[in-house]
Design a protein. Sequence first.
Length: 219
Amino acid sequence: MKGKKLAVVLAGALAVGGGVIAAPMAFAATAPANDCADIEIIGARGTTERPGLGVVLTPLAQQMTRELPQTVRTTALDYPANFNYAASVRAGVTQLQEDIADTVAECPETRFVLMGYSQGADVVGDTLARLDGDLAGNVASVLLFGDPTFTRGEDFNVTDGTRQGVFPRGAGALDGFADRIQSYCNRNDRFCQSGTSLAAHINYAGFRDDAIGFTAGQL
């Protein structure tokens, strides 16, 4: 199963990540480095994307920073995002838990917007499933795009497809955060719908306004 999982992700990563260069992070109206931000965005990029937020999450975080009235700090999750999928996800979960805990220790009022794309969405979901209850209350909004663990029928799904992801997480696994999650999954997406289209796996720009509106409502 692990080998099959790696092969599927490797094929998609070569086709998708290999041809995409993520834009550098540049944010307006961010919180001063020595102050506690009202909001911290933490983004987990997809497989093979270079360090940063990646091609899907970078423009979303930039637009969100401009449009939200709160002060915002953005953190790109430091994890491998590589072909060794299972180990990479585990490393991402460990790092994301640490990032959240470190911020809360210094800034207990800071709230989090967690966003993940592709493998990064898997990382965010696994983290939520394991997150300490004392930290869970600081999570305001969770935005998932092209999640390989997409499970049909969940109330937080935003999709015109009805199939499972390549590694469905299972119904109810994220119930504790269900009212804070939006999971965006295009029809025929190679990974979140077990489909055939890699183009559908990249094309999430049309959901930015919806994701920001949802997050604003959560805040």
